[in-house]
Design a protein around this ligand. Structure first.
Ligand code: F6P
Length: 544
């Protein structure tokens, strides 16, 4: 479909023009029922989007766009196991990974037997580690687990592991290593005992440079300490779609946990890639996480668009990006345990929909994914929120909080929530010149007041949504992640792009491969650009 020429698009654009002069203050003043019209509840999630710059009448216009983009058909195609990831010729079946039973057909076969069998093996493996029955090469129980992976093979389990750290195993420690920079792995290894450490090599392709280099370093560390190649079998497991490569690395067959081509890296948390997480929180909590995600899948597939959380969230993003002109989305969690959520969502959203070419190979007629960024909200308040309040830029925000604290200290949670709610209110409603003048006039007047006045005005009208979870439990966290996954899917369908490939990450990898040999050998730098040559030359002088 020609999105920007569609009837639905044009109707939204006309509506936007009519709505443009109306400030959020006025929208709230005009309509006392606004919050109930512009909020949704589902299981343990309350989603308040009343501070978005829309009116209830905007919703049917936006949902018409989703219909015009044939969202229903695309959803049926994804859940029906069609190869909707056309540029890679793959199905997109991460949703099957949350199921408790089958069947779940791919284009050619039922994927559930292999999903359930792998999950069962993961449970057995996790339970042996958690109960202290899994012994290392010297007969001592495994006490530390290190997940080596990057991108989707790191961010999902790390983010959820942190979100659910209140229920982590009390004595097993679980670590995540992703970076090529030895400053991550080296200090960690100093704290670990090779006799009691298990490495999980998480890599769908089992070729990713970062993961393979960290894995080889870990293997050398283990061998230099335990002195026998047979030790690898007791201290390494692999989570991969390329079991043969893991076998070549020396990993025992029974320690290789498969995933499949039809699971995208950034959607792989629910697969074997979640093994470190399952070890940390336990198989039952992992099952609850899957159940929360599956509930969101059901909701997404069955709720009418007007009451459908992922659909509404996606459409709000389209409204902000394509009709209000926002270039970014700020993700602001108000829970320390959600500190990795912004990074996780950066990959999920920007690797999926950060594309300017549509499924048909044509350049998109409109902007696609905004830049996703963010930080723990409370810390951000004392750092970059100044720009959100008075920087003159449109920056839509997602405020996310769990109401109940897992680490209660007297007065902390109340103050935290008050700050979260205060920021979205201050961003929406601002402070007018009259209000600022009235405040200032209590302590000053005349020229002094007028000089300070412009600095005390807050324009407001900054759109935001607030997502409240009743608490950070596995069910709610599973639902939250699935919510964002489906939001991304809906936006990809509307923008007309393939959310499930990531060709844009390849060029940098190839260039890095051509530069690497030239770091040690100046003679190989000739064919590189002048800037890179100089960077290499400077580096050669300073490399230890
Ligand atoms: O380079 C990007 C990427 O391919 C991501 O899509 C993926 O999550 C990450 O690298 C890690 O890939 P792998 O699991 O194959 O090591």
């Amino acid at each position: 479909m020609n999105l920007t020429a569609s009837t639905a698009w044009k109707a939204i654009e006309a509506h936007r023009q009519a709505l443009a002069p109306v400030h959020l203050r006025e929208m709230f003043a005009r309509d006392p029922g606004r919050v109930s019209s512009l909020s949704l509840r589902f299981d343990g999630i309350y989603f308040d989007f009343s501070k978005q710059r829309i009116e209830p009448a905007t919703l049917p216009l936006l949902t018409a766009l989703a219909r015009e983009a044939r969202l229903d058909e695309w959803t049926a195609r994804m859940f029906g196991g069609e190869k909707i990831n056309a540029s890679e010729g793959r199905e997109v079946l991460h949703v099957a990974l949350r199921r408790l039973s089958g069947p779940f057909p791919s284009s050619s076969f039922d994927v559930m037997p292999q999903v359930l069998a792998t999950r069962q093996r993961m449970v057995a493996f996790a339970e042996r580690l958690r109960s202290g029955q899994a012994l290392g090469f010297t007969g001592q129980p495994i006490r530390s687990v290190v997940n080596i992976g990057i991108g989707g093979s790191d961010l999902g389990p790390k983010m959820v592991g942190c979100a659910l750290r209140a229920i982590s195993h009390p004595t097993l420690s679980v670590h995540y290593v992703s970076n090529l920079d030895g400053a991550q792995l080296a200090p960690l290894l100093q704290t670990l005992d090779p006799r009691t450490t298990m490495f999980l090599l998480a890599s769908k392709t089992f070729t990713t440079q970062e993961t393979m280099l960290n894995a080889r370093t870990a293997r050398e560390w283990l061998l230099s300490n335990l002195g026998d190649p047979a030790a690898i079998g007791k201290h390494f497991a692999a989570l991969t779609a390329k079991p043969e490569r893991a076998g070549e690395f020396g990993i025992a067959e029974e320690a290789i946990f498969p995933l499949w081509d039809w699971v995208g890296g950034r959607f792989s948390l629910w697969s074997a890639v979640g093994l470190a997480l399952m070890i940390a929180i336990g198989p039952q909590a992992f099952a609850d996480l899957l159940a929360g995600a599956e509930r969101m899948d059901e909701h997404f597939c069955t709720a009418p668009y007007e009451r459908n959380l992922p659909v509404i969230m996606a459409l709000l993003g389209i409204w902000n990006t394509n009709f209000l002109g926002a270039h970014s989305l700020s993700v602001l969690p108000y829970n320390e345990s959600l500190k990795y959520l912004p990074s996780f969502l950066q990959q999920l959203e920007m690797e999926s929909n950060g594309k300017a070419v549509g499924r048909d190979g044509q350049t998109l007629a409109c902007a696609s994914n905004p830049i996703v960024w963010g930080e723990l909200g409370n810390n951000g308040q004392h750092a970059f929120f100044q720009l959100l309040h008075q920087g003159g830029r449109l920056v839509p925000c997602d405020f996310i909080a769990a109401v109940r604290s897992d680490f209660p200290l007297p007065g902390h949670q109340e103050a935290l929530l008050a700050n979260c709610f205060a920021q979205s209110a201050a961003l929406a409603f601002g402070k007018t010149a009259d209000e600022a003048r009235a405040e200032l006039s209590r302590s000053m007047q005349g020229a002094e007041l007028e000089e300070l006045l412009p600095h005390k005005v807050f324009p407001g009208n900054q759109p935001s949504s607030t997502l409240l979870l009743s608490r950070l439990d596995p069910h709610n966290v599973g639902a939250l992640v699935a919510l964002y996954e489906h939001k991304v899917f809906v936006q990809g369908v509307i923008w007309g792009l393939n959310s499930f490939d990531q060709w844009g990450v390849e060029l940098g990898k190839a260039v890095a491969n051509s530069i690497l040999p030239a770091i040690g050998d100046a003679g190989l730098a000739d064919k590189l650009d002048r800037s890179t040559q100089e960077l290499l030359s400077y580096s050669r002088q300073h490399l230890g």
